[in-house]
Design a protein around this ligand. Structure first.
Ligand SMILES: CC(=O)SCCNC(=O)CCNC(=O)[C@H](O)C(C)(C)COP(=O)(O)OP(=O)(O)OC[C@H]1O[C@@H](n2cnc3c(N)ncnc32)[C@H](O)[C@@H]1OP(=O)(O)O
Ligand SMILES: O=C(O)CCC(=O)C(=O)O
Ligand SMILES: [Zn+2]
Length: 424
């Protein structure tokens, strides 16, 4: 956990965020959702994990069959409800891999993602998937420059495709690509038509990452009153709103959220699996903990990071290098006393550790006293304060490594050894 430039005290993750402490249930925080809003699904959503579809559209991604199977198995074990795979019409190997994953008998349902055509739908159903995600662009710009179809043509084909997939006993979702740049009236009547045709889910997609949480809430809330089927949502992260938008969609009544591990996808990707769960555990801890094996998140992220040859960003939610680091003296003192002071997430839920940086000019005496304790050195408050001044003086000159600071602590204790100080 600690590098030479990040001297740290690892302290046990003992906080009971949202849990039971000393046999007493903690009072809910005022900003926690109480699920009194009937429309909100923040305590009962499902994840459509698209690392093997949207994620394959990430610039660096190349998955061989073995890797796809490894990722699909890990995601299913983690607890995601659905795994979405690349279109089987993309290439012969994509089709073979889709068939192979369908035969694994994973707990998660297997979906594949195709264009809104009967030809694509037939190939998709023949692979043995549990469900087919059908998509077509509905914004004027995509209709003009991608597939050149009118809304009437889209509606006619969509109804035919949805009805046919349903007739095969396979789950079907119909999604409008670029929903937030589409005409709302066109969009709602299209969703209504496919809902009537027997669609299991309709999908709202912010394909270009233009939507804000307020716009998402408004569209999904309206849609919730127009269709009776489930509502899936897909958010790109171009303006860093992908997690907030997913949350807003659930509040407005969406039932499913698309994610990918580390958020990989076209351009800078979509709602990351870890980021979404970090957001959701804060208000629905029991639901999130009961469905997903959170302690496996780091393993899955490391696996995918390795496959697509990227580093996990330092500020990644939960698993980033500094996600549970505390440096300034004011923070460190309070964290040592009660971790919830500066942590809304509990690292032990995710199998990771918090750590306290203790070798900078921002370090306070409480952190130094705690570090001395970890080294088996007992010092008084006054001695810790004096020692902290020495460490600050050194840290003003250059970055200190853990060993540097530990040496300063040890020499200080030798100089100030009381009669009963244990020998070092
Ligand atoms: C926003 C998203 O991420 S959507 C999902 C994106 N996923 C993919 O594209 C999967 C990988 N894609 C591929 O392998 C290929 O693009 C294929 C096999 C799907 C199609 O390949 P090609 O036939 O060579 O066509 P190309 O990729 O150049 O263009 C896309 C074609 O699909 C049509 N099209 C695009 N979107 C749709 C749609 N949603 N429904 C129906 N047709 C569509 C376009 O009009 C174009 O048709 P054209 O052949 O008449 O020009
Ligand atoms: O099928 C969908 O809902 C989303 C497709 C997609 O990746 C997008 O629109 O960005
Ligand atoms: Zn996408």
């Amino acid at each position: 956990m600690c590098s030479d430039h990040a001297p740290a005290v690892e302290i046990p993750a003992v906080n009971g965020t949202n849990g039971v402490t000393n046999g007493r249930r903690q009072p809910k925080l005022p900003y926690q959702q109480h699920h009194s809003d009937e429309r909100s699904n923040t305590g009962r959503f499902q994840i459509i994990e698209s690392t093997l579809r949207e994620g394959e559209q990430f610039a660096n991604a190349f998955y061989d069959t073995e890797t796809k199977i490894k990722i699909a198995t890990a995601l299913s074990d983690f607890g995601v409800e659905y795994i979405e795979l690349t279109s089987p019409v993309a290439s012969p190997q994509s089709r073979a891999d889709c068939e192979a994953i369908c035969k694994l008998g994973l707990k998660a349902k297997i979906l594949t993602h195709v264009r809104c055509t009967m030809e694509d739908a037939k190939v998709a159903v023949a692979t043995g998937v549990d469900g087919v995600d059908v998509v077509i662009g509905t914004s004027q710009i995509l209709r003009d420059h991608s597939h050149h179809k009118s809304m009437a043509e889209i509606t006619e084909t969509a109804i035919e495709v949805v009805k046919w997939i349903k007739s095969q006993g396979v789950e079907v979702r119909f999604s409008s690509e670029d929903s937030f740049r589409s005409n709302i009236v066109d969009l709602l009547s299209l969703y209504q038509a496919v809902d009537k045709a027997g669609c299991d889910r309709v999908g709202v997609a912010d394909t270009v990452g233009v939507a804000t949480p307020r716009q998402v809430y408004k569209l999904v809330r309206t849609l919730r009153d127009v269709v009776s089927c489930d509502i899936e949502t897909h958010f790109h992260n171009d303006t860093m709103c992908a997690v907030a938008n997913a949350h807003a969609a659930l509040e407005a009544g969406a039932t499913h959220v698309d994610t990918s591990v580390l958020g990989i996808g076209e351009r800078n990707g979509i709602t990351p699996l870890g980021g979404l769960l970090a957001r959701m555990i804060v208000e629905s801890p029991d639901y999130v903990k009961s469905r997903y094996k959170l302690a496996k998140l780091k393993e899955i992220e490391d696996l995918v990071a390795d496959v697509v040859q990227v580093n996990v960003p330092f500020n990644n939610p939960i698993t980033g290098y500094s996600a549970f680091s505390h440096k300034a003296g004011i923070h460190s003192k309070a964290i040592l006393a009660k971790p919830e002071t500066y942590e809304i997430l509990n690292p032990s839920d995710w199998g990771v550790k918090r750590w306290i940086h203790f070798s900078s000019r921002l370090t306070g005496w409480n952190a130094i006293k705690s570090r001395a304790g970890q080294l088996g050195l007992i010092i008084t408050d006054e001695q810790a304060k004096l020692l902290t001044q020495k460490i600050k003086a050194m840290a003003d000159v250059r970055p200190l490594a853990i060993d540097d600071t530990d040496s300063i602590i040890r020499s200080f204790c030798l100089e100030h050894q009381p009669e009963d100080q244990p020998d070092q």
